[in-house]
Design a protein around this ligand. Structure first.
Ligand code: 1HN
Length: 347
């Protein structure tokens, strides 16, 4: 391998002339941009324990009224990427949001896409473009780019969910912004997961050939995802991961353009060794306790705990129970990487 020229080898006057013309020589920094063999990574394998987050989030509920917060959120920030940068991984924003009874997180829309994964509480709901989406534990709720959304709470006790956004990518493109709006008018009917898309393999006839909505399904009830995983497990070979992707029922493709979402079941006693891949990910435990090893770093995650998995990471993840399955929710940036043409898996 030949070594490349450095900045200090170049004459002072030449460098000053370059700087004066807003020019920079590539070769001294080429290896930084394109390291050999594997990317440079600052993202750390991190574990956020719900037991640590929850009391602090509830305290935020006492310290800051919703009117002063708009969204009452604690951001899960990866220390390797800088605590101020709202990055769990380079492309994934994760926050934990609290809403208290009778509060409203006011209507707005923005260029980043978001999802909510419900962690605890009863009576919360999100309204997206007039559709009322109830929030039960484990439900996945989409608020895609530029669609109006507001959160409300008509039950008792705190409602807490995990927010995942493609904000880092949108922000890096200097394209992140929001608009505020008046409260929405709610259509008085159940959400599309209960009406138009009751069963995989069936779509309203009119969607054949007709104009399709970009985001036909905005809520994926956990109860159905869990059942589907339990039914998939016995027909999945040992060594293969029991995993379901959340997709757009009209296209069969990922439900949002940048971030992808999936649910994983680890059978009792199972240790999964997923292939190393170019995508980064966030893993959130829904049920059970897992022992993970992320690039050699041991992390033990229980219910409602969340982990960051860097790009190209070596990953091993074991269900600590020999009796009960464990369930995880995964966010990754594979959809974006596939579109950009560099998504890879390695063995
Ligand atoms: C946002 O709109 C929500 O609507 C939550 O609940 C978190 C983080 C950054 C930017 C926008 C929400 C957010 C956010």
């Amino acid at each position: 391998m030949s070594s490349l020229g450095t900045l200090s080898e170049l004459p002072r006057q030449y460098l000053d002339n370059l700087t004066g013309g807003n020019l920079v020589p590539l070769w001294p920094s080429l290896r930084k941009a394109l390291p050999h063999g594997a990317p440079l990574r600052r993202t750390q394998p991190v574990l956020w324990r719900y037991a640590d987050i929850r009391p602090l989030l509830l305290q935020a509920g006492e310290l800051t009224p919703i009117e002063k917060a708009e969204r009452r959120v604690l951001v899960l920030a990866n220390p390797g990427l800088g605590l101020d940068n709202m990055q769990a991984t380079p492309s994934i924003y994760i926050g934990m949001q609290l809403i208290l009874p009778r509060e409203t997180a006011p209507n707005h829309r923005h260029s980043p896409s978001a999802v909510r994964f419900v962690v605890e509480g009863q009576g919360g709901f999100t309204i997206v473009d007039g559709e009322k989406l109830p929030m039960q534990r484990g439900d996945l709720i989409l608020t895609p780019a530029l669609l109006w959304h507001e959160h409300c709470h008509e039950g008792d006790g705190p409602v807490i969910w995990l927010d995942a956004l493609d904000l880092p990518t949108v922000f890096a493109q200097e394209a992140s912004y929001a608009l505020e709006g008046e409260p929405q008018h709610v259509r008085n009917q159940p959400d599309n997961s209960q009406t138009l898309y009751r069963r995989a393999g069936l779509v309203p006839y009119r969607s054949l050939g007709g104009p399709r909505s970009q985001y036909p399904l905005l809520r994926y009830p956990w109860q159905e995802v869990r059942e589907a995983l339990m039914t998939l497990a016995p027909v999945t070979e040992a060594g293969e991961i029991v995993q379901l992707a959340y997709v757009n029922p009209e296209t069969g493709l990922e439900c949002l353009p940048v971030l992808g979402f999936s649910a994983i079941m680890l059978r009792p006693g199972e240790t999964a060794l997923p292939p190393r891949r170019s995508a980064s990910a966030v893993l959130h435990v829904v049920e059970g306790e897992v022992e993970a090893e992320v690039d050699g770093v041991p992390l033990v995650a229980g219910e409602n705990d969340t982990m960051a998995v860097p790009t190209h990471a070596h990953l091993k993840i074991a269900n600590r129970s020999s009796r009960a399955p464990a369930f995880l929710f995964q966010v990754d940036d594979a959809p974006m990487q596939r579109k950009l043409g560099f998504y890879e898996t390695f063995n």
